[in-house]
Each structure stands twice: as structure tokens, then as C-alpha cells.
Design a protein around this ligand. Structure first.
Ligand SMILES: NC(=O)c1ccc[n+]([C@@H]2O[C@H](COP(=O)([O-])OP(=O)(O)OC[C@H]3O[C@@H](n4cnc5c(N)ncnc54)[C@H](OP(=O)(O)O)[C@@H]3O)[C@@H](O)[C@H]2O)c1
Length: 328
């Protein structure tokens, strides 16, 4: 028997609680993993609180990330005893995910644990941190380099934002952080932000199609009016990597930044990214993310604390990243 957080739906009500399960309860897959760590992302918060219909198959073990050791395998290329990371591919949405001491998954979804990381560190990074890296790769693809000019990160004190600031600053960019939590200014500066702006400057409906050009690039975890305002302040040929919707799913913008400044709005997704690109992103994280920053931005909780933390993350109350220790 092992412990897992199980979400069940009865008509419109959802119930989420810790249950004792056994291997026969697990979904199909060719690799069985003893999960050591998982993590809470914004999407997990939405799933557990049912604020958005993230879960597409019931009952569901939520958790879009997991890391652990293979305990049974039908795959010669994924031996028993190897450490692996799984994020995305629908785990925690339509296939049982990481808030469980055991997970059975499709071996193609696993990535070998990058040598420089422990399983705990990979979950401190998690989907949020790996998506931050994908955003940085997107800016680089579009020619936004450290000497192009200052860059902005929105949703700065959250998971994506914290990791993005640390990576960008470490690469030599001049990073500015937009946050609703002024009290986190020392934290953001410690990660490498040179400037901190209040998110209220960006969160109201945009007044003009263009404003003073300030940013060579941006990583946006917020969407809605914030993204629309960011677009109006990007320099000629700049790029915004947009990955999030913490303010909202809408984008009340105009075409002005695109047709008058040649700005690129680059969407960043993470769930169905091909394996080779994932491996590249993990390799770059190993090189470009400072481990002392990762420790500073990470808190560890138990499975019993997941529901409370899910509520906190959807209320914008979590700083940085939260790891879930499945064996504590
Ligand atoms: N595209 C993908 O595949 C992908 C992958 C990972 C994450 N995401 C998305 O990226 C976003 C961030 O994820 P996360 O895990 O970093 O979440 P998080 O830790 O909760 O961070 C989100 C941050 O956004 C800011 N925020 C929250 N509510 C806001 C509001 N109403 N208006 C403006 N800012 C607000 C807060 O930062 P401050 O307190 O600093 O203002 C908050 O810490 C989420 O929307 C998530 O769904 C997408």
C-alpha cells in the first residue's frame, strides 16, 4: 500500500483527500516509479481547488511533476534503479500524477535525472522553472541577448518569475521585476533583479497602443492587461515570451507593437514539448541556474500540506517554489 492524494468528482462537487492505494489501482504504463519528490505549480493549485477545469479524467491523482527511482520497467533503456524526472505529458490532468508515493507512466515521458541535480532539486525547479528556462530560450531564439537592453519579468515573486530572474541575471541581462509584493524586493534583488516595479503599473487596462520603449524582452507569467501593457513598452524588434495567465486568460491588446515596432509575442508551452527540447532545457538549467538561488527560493512541504498550499498558490501567496516530499 502507498499514499496518494486522490481527487474524485461527484456531479459538480470535487473531493480531494489522501488515500491508501495499491499498485493495481495505478493507470497503465511501462515504467513504475517510486516517487521521491513532487512540487506545487500554479496549475496544480487550479486543479486541486477546481478553479479551472485542469483535470480531464476522474478520479485523478494531481501533480504535474514528479521525480524518483524506477522500481519496475518493461523498457531496456530505462533500467530499474535509474532516477528519472517526469513533467507534463498530461500527468495530473488526464494521467495520474506526482502527488503519490508511486506512479506508473509511459517511459517515453521520462527524462534521465540530469547528473548535477538531485531528485529534490529537479522538483525545486519543476514545471515552473523548466518553463522559465523555455522562456529564456525563446528570447535567445529571437535575438534578445544581454547587450540588447533591459528585460522585464512579470509575476516575479512566483515560481516562473523567480527562476527566470535568477537565470537571466546569471546570464548577464539587466533584469527588472514586476511584483505585487513590495515586501519581496530584497528577495528579488538577491536573485539578481536590478529594478523592481509595482505590478499596479501594468495591471490596469492599457491607455495607449504604444508607450515609451523600455524593454528588449520580457518573460510574462501573468497575461491579460499586464501582458497587453508590457507589449506597448517593448523596443523595436524585441520579444515577449508569454507563458502564464495569473491575472487572466484574456489579452486586451492592439496590433500596434507588432506593426509599428516589429515586436514578437512568443507563446511558451511546456506540457507536450518534444523530449530533445526538454533535455536541452534541463542541460541549460544545470549550467545557468545558480543552485544557491534555488535553495533560497524553495520551501519543502509534506503530502498532508498540499491542499492548503494549493489554495495559497491560486491566491498569489506563494513565494518561489514549493517541493513536496513524498516520504515525510
Ligand atoms: N505555459 C505553460 O506551459 C506554463 C508552465 C508553467 C506555468 N505556467 C503559468 O505561469 C504562471 C505562473 O506560474 P507559477 O507556477 O510561477 O505560479 P505562482 O508561483 O503562483 O506565480 C504567479 C505570480 O503571478 C503574480 N500574480 C498572481 N496573481 C496575479 C494577478 N491577479 N495579477 C497580476 N499578477 C498576479 C504573483 O507574483 P507577484 O506576487 O510577484 O506579483 C504570483 O506569485 C501561471 O499562470 C501558470 O499557469 C504556464
Amino acid at each position: 500500500m502507498f499514499k496518494a492524494l486522490l481527487a474524485e468528482k461527484n456531479e459538480e462537487e470535487i473531493n480531494v483527500e489522501i488515500r491508501e492505494l495499491n499498485n493495481e489501482d495505478l493507470p497503465e504504463g511501462d515504467v513504475l516509479i517510486d516517487v521521491e519528490f513532487s512540487t506545487i505549480n500554479y496549475k496544480d493549485g487550479l486543479a486541486i481547488t477546481n478553479k479551472l477545469p485542469v483535470i480531464r479524467s476522474w478520479p485523478m491523482v494531481p501533480g504535474i511533476d514528479l521525480a524518483g527511482v524506477v522500481s519496475e520497467s518493461e523498457r531496456a533503456d530505462i533500467p530499474v534503479g535509474s532516477s528519472v524526472v517526469v513533467n507534463g505529458w498530461g500527468i495530473g490532468e488526464d494521467h495520474w500524477g506526482g502527488f503519490s508515493q508511486k506512479a506508473r507512466v509511459n517511459g517515453d515521458w521520462t527524462v534521465p535525472l540530469p547528473e548535477v541535480f538531485t531528485t529534490k532539486q529537479t522538483m525545486a525547479i519543476g514545471t515552473a522553472g523548466y518553463t522559465a528556462m523555455l522562456c529564456v530560450l525563446a528570447l535567445e531564439d529571437h535575438g534578445v541577448m544581454p547587450d540588447s537592453g533591459p528585460v522585464l519579468v512579470t509575476g516575479a515573486a512566483g515560481g516562473v518569475g523567480s527562476v527566470a530572474i535568477s537565470i537571466l541575471a546569471n546570464l548577464g541581462y539587466e533584469v527588472h521585476a514586476s511584483t505585487g509584493r513590495a515586501e519581496e524586493t530584497p528577495y528579488l534583488q538577491n536573485l539578481g533583479a536590478t529594478g523592481v516595479i509595482d505590478r499596479s503599473e501594468l495591471s490596469e487596462p492599457s491607455k495607449r497602443p504604444l508607450a515609451k520603449a523600455q524593454w528588449a524582452g520580457a518573460v510574462d507569467a501573468v497575461g491579460s492587461h499586464t501582458l497587453a501593457n508590457v507589449l506597448t513598452t517593448v523596443m523595436d524588434e524585441g520579444c515577449v515570451a508569454a507563458c502564464g495567465n495569473a491575472q487572466g486568460m484574456d489579452l486586451p491588446s492592439s496590433v500596434a507593437p507588432f506593426i509599428l515596432r516589429g515586436v514578437t509575442l512568443r507563446g511558451v508551452h511546456s506540457v507536450y514539448v518534444p523530449r530533445e527540447k526538454r533535455i536541452t532545457a534541463w542541460e541549460r538549467l544545470a549550467k545557468d541556474l545558480k543552485m544557491e538561488h534555488l535553495d533560497e527560493m524553495t520551501k519543502t512541504i509534506t503530502l498532508e500540506e498540499v491542499i492548503e498550499t494549493a489554495n495559497e498558490i491560486t491566491n498569489g501567496q506563494i513565494r518561489g517554489r514549493t517541493v513536496v516530499d513524498l516520504n515525510n
